[in-house]
Design a protein around this ligand. Structure first.
Ligand SMILES: *Cc1c(COP(=O)(O)O)cnc(C)c1O
Length: 461
């Protein structure tokens, strides 16, 4: 299985190479050259299997010869063994024909654990074969950093540095990043905001001497291996509700378009998905794009669903690549226009997108109201991101079953929950001592030279 860039001008890579490389050298994103289709009988055969076995069968065709089958099964078992629920991604019912897919039973209580836990295992195994050691650097507004630290802590071939904006993550998020004690993880509190952190990471990748000497790698949400790991729960949940005989729809709270793009891949693989509903908070660039055909940036507004406060949805490039019939030059041109503020999606491409995706957005007031009414009617407490999904999903019920993705545990965002229903959501008991563990964090100026010096000093080169 080969991987090609959405901008058509980077080397063709294997799965293992694309996983380590992350961003393609032409600035594009790696996608599989062809998407393997699962036969209806093979989808039907997933019914009743463990999450781990479904994961193996869904992902295996994408891997080429990167791992032997037995080895890949072992990596999957390790990745999901630490989850706090035997089903890994359980479904609960909210209303007639409306189901919630709980993706927050991993070690850091957000869906990013599904991809990060597996990519940690896969990277370690791939590096062990070559004896290589790498340095992973990432910026986070909260959930990605804690998921990465939890996945990579203690691995012997990886040093991990996470830059987070000092004072701008929730206390639970901060403690999840600062309390792991393993020497290979380094939480760096940067005196700046999330955009500063992201810019400093970009500076590191653009400083080629630094990049080469520390052997820099990335695990941000454009990494293809992360997308692939997220395809699995679309299959497991749809099959639980009767696929492939029964068609379903999904609603996905969206920021960087990674999670919903995984649903798009599941649909391409043959899973009968009628519609994929894009749910955004007040940062509604994707909703506006699907409705108007104009993709135009418009400044980030801080919201109570902060993991979706994103101005440019990186993974949208992958779906544009398909909608433009895989014309890398056309995509490169659109991205150039985006740097100047925005672009218009051509009519044929917009029609393709509208045949698959519908969209909606949710205001701050509506987010709180949704947490409130779902609690009143069902007793379930939603995190604010999941509430955005539920609100938009409720506008599209009727017809086939709707599955809304619950992307984080409510206890990760206790202030928003308290504001909505007057009670704070409790952390699961396995995390109960989070507030007693000692913190370890390095404060760094918002300065590339200072940050790069910290990285080099820590890894001793
Ligand atoms: C990252 C995140 C999202 C957005 O996911 P994308 O893949 O970026 O669209 C939604 N909810 C939570 C809780 C997240 O951490």
């Amino acid at each position: 299985m080969n991987y090609i860039s959405t901008r058509g001008a980077a080397p063709v890579l294997s799965f293992g190479e694309a996983m380590i490389t992350g961003l393609a050298r032409d600035g594009g994103l790696y996608v599989p050259e062809t998407v393997p289709v699962m036969l209806k009988a093979d989808i039907a055969a997933l019914a009743g299997l463990s999450y781990e076995e479904i994961a193996f069968r869904v992902m295996r065709p994408f891997l080429g010869d990167t791992f032997e089958d037995d080895e890949f099964r072992r990596l999957i078992a390790k990745a999901y063994g630490s989850f706090g629920h035997g089903a890994r991604a359980p479904l609960v019912q909210l209303a007639p024909n409306h189901f919630l897919l709980e993706l927050f039973h991993g070690p850091t209580l957000a869906f990013k654990d599904f991809a990060m836990q597996l990519i940690g295992q896969m990277m370690q195994a791939a590096l062990a074969k070559t004896g290589e050691r790498i340095t992973i650097v990432g910026a986070t507004s909260g959930d990605t950093g804690s998921a990465a630290i939890e996945a990579f802590r203690g691995l012997s071939n990886v040093d991990l540095f996470i830059l987070f904006p000092h004072g701008r993550v929730s206390e639970v998020q901060r403690r999840q990043m600062t309390t792991p004690s393993q020497a290979n993880v380094h939480a760096l509190a940067v005196e700046g905001d999330f955009d500063d952190c992201q810019a400093r990471v970009k500076d590191m990748f653009n400083n080629f001497p630094f990049r080469d000497v520390v052997r820099l790698a990335g695990v941000n949400s454009i990494n293809w291996a992360r997308v692939l790991a997220q395809v699995v729960y679309y299959f497991s949940s749809a099959v639980s509700l009767g696929a492939p005989e029964r068609t379903v729809s999904f609603t996905v709270p969206t920021g960087n378009f990674g999670d919903i793009f995984a649903g798009y891949i599941a649909r391409k693989m043959g899973l009968p998905i009628e519609k994929l509903v894009i749910a955004t908070n007040q940062n509604d660039i994707l909703d506006r794009a699907i409705r108007s055909g104009i993709y135009k940036t418009d400044g980030v507004k801080r919201s109570i669903s902060p993991s979706m406060d994103i101005q440019v949805s990186s993974n949208f490039e992958r779906v544009l690549f398909d909608a433009y019939e895989r014309d890398g030059n056309a995509v490169a041109q659109l991205m150039k226009e985006l740097n100047a503020g925005g672009f218009t999606i051509k009519r044929e491409a917009l029609e393709i997108l509208r045949g698959i995706f519908i969209s909606g957005s949710c205001s701050e007031v509506e987010t709180l109201a949704t947490i409130r009414h779902v609690f009143a009617v069902t007793g379930h407490i939603l995190c604010p991101h999941s509430a955005v999904g539920v609100k938009v999903a409720e506008e599209h019920l009727g017809g086939v079953p709707m599955i809304t993705l619950a992307t984080a545990h409510p206890a990760k965002f206790p202030d928003a929950v308290e504001k909505a229903i007057g009670v704070r959501s409790e952390l699961p008991s396995r995390m109960g001592d989070l507030f007693d563990r000692p913190e370890r964090v390095t404060w760094v100026k918002n300065d590339s030279a200072a940050l790069q010096a910290v990285v080099r000093e820590r890894i001793g080169c």
